[in-house]
Design a protein around this ligand. Structure first.
Ligand code: NAD
Ligand code: GLY
Length: 367
């Protein structure tokens, strides 16, 4: 069975870890238990995923392993310190010691919160990512960014903390709502746009197969995305350079998520619009051709993603939120733009009229 799985490695010296990808990975008891330190496990999941996958997953562990669970409410709006504390409550109520392994069974919200809890509990315990959305399989489960939102800014409280391994079972995508599948495809498109023109072309040709959940297409997209992410993270774990390019579309996107109230727009949807706005700006600066800009917009549209920002949002709203972005180093707004399709660059924007112009291109709101 193990031979049918794809295994990639995130190369980070003593913190290196494998990513297992394939159908039925969650039934692989041997793999799972290899990454558990002692006989204590706390699975963190949410109220939507628990009824579908939790009991089957718990059944995979040998009898000598004590498995406890923490079931959080579902949604981006619950990704905050209050709900993080519920994980600590479960750990302490169950008398979990430093040898405990936390397992995140869920999408990016559960993964980010569980990872942060693991980074903090008793100054750091073992954790495993079991991502169940496409978005978390191609992005958030890899690379060690963990944390929670603050009402004044997305992901503003957190830590870099790497998992022991990532287990990606593609069969769980069968229960994912269509809208969530599309949100995940946004992050897949991102990899093509920033660093792999060939992959972008493959996506243009295979978008229908992805939407139809063809397993071979999904597995290829997940593997390619994880490979790209692992390469970037290995070069720049803490985002002092190239890792920032993985935030293509995210600066505009986080502004949408914060302005609209967490959960109203899905993360991937906000990123899709953010990529379109960043592509417009790249064209405006004379880098990206108009034709390639249109290709990005059409691919997002074909993936059933929004390509225009919320019409209640003015350029000033974007600028206000973009000034609180973690990437900023001075008064300027740091953006990831495209030199051309398949090649990203960092741009410190000091001229807010540029942001005004790209936002107003598709806006009916006066700024
Ligand atoms: P999510 O975790 O909210 O999951 C989306 C929805 O799908 C939820 O309602 C969830 O309960 C449901 N769900 C999950 N798996 C399911 C399944 N197999 N079947 C049916 N329903 C299922 O959202 P997401 O898109 O996975 O993640 C978004 C979060 O990830 C955001 O908070 C974002 O900031 C974060 N993120 C983090 C990183 C990182 O590097 N750490 C990268 C990208 C995004
Ligand atoms: N999602 C961006 C990163 O992990 O760096």
């Amino acid at each position: 069975m193990k031979s049918e799985l794809e295994v990639l490695n995130v190369e980070l010296g003593e913190r290196s870890y494998p990513i297992y990808i394939g159908q039925g990975v969650l039934n692989e008891q041997q793999i799972l238990e290899e990454y558990i330190d002692a006989q204590q496990v706390l699975i963190v999941t949410n109220e939507t995923i628990a009824p579908i996958y939790l009991s089957h997953f718990v059944d995979q562990f040998s009898e000598n392993i004590v498995v406890k669970t923490s079931i959080l409410p579902d949604g981006e709006v619950f990704k905050n310190l209050e709900n993080l504390n519920k994980i600590f409550d479960a750990l302490l109520e169950n008398k979990c010691n430093r040898q405990v392994t936390l397992i995140a069974l869920g999408g990016g919200v559960i993964g980010d919160m569980t990872g942060f809890a693991a980074a903090c509990y008793q100054r750091g315990v073992n954790f495993i990512q079991v991502p169940t959305t496409l978005l978390s399989q191609v992005d958030s489960s890899v690379g060690g960014k963990t944390g929670v939102n603050h009402q004044l800014g997305k992901n503003m409280i957190g830590a870099f903390y790497q998992p022991k391994c990532v287990l990606i079972d593609t069969t769980v995508l069968s229960t994912l709502p269509d809208r969530e599948l599309s949100a995940g495809i946004a992050e897949v498109i991102k990899y093509g746009a920033i660093c792999d023109l060939q992959f972008f072309e493959w996506l243009e040709q295979n978008i229908d197969n992805l939407l139809l959940r063809d397993n071979a297409a999904l597995t290829y997209a997940i593997k390619t995305s994880c490979k790209k992410k692992a390469e970037v993270v290995a070069k720049d774990e803490k985002e002092s350079g190239i890792r920032a390019t993985l935030n293509f579309g995210h600066t505009f996107g986080h502004a949408i998520e914060t302005q609209m109230g967490y959960g109203e727009w899905l993360h991937g949807e906000a990123v899709a619009v953010g990529m379109c706005l960043a592509a417009d700006l790249s064209e405006k600066l004379g880098w990206l051709s108009a034709e390639d800009n249109t290709r990005i917009r059409s691919l997002c549209a074909k993936a059933n993603l929004p390509i225009v920002q919320p019409q209640t949002m003015a350029a000033l709203d974007f600028i206000k939120h973009m000034k609180v972005d973690k990437k900023n180093v001075s008064a300027s707004i740091r953006l990831v733009l495209l030199k051309k399709l398949g090649e990203a660059t960092i741009y410190d924007c000091t001229d807010e009229t540029l942001i005004n112009e790209v936002v107003n291109r598709h806006s009916r709101v006066a700024s």
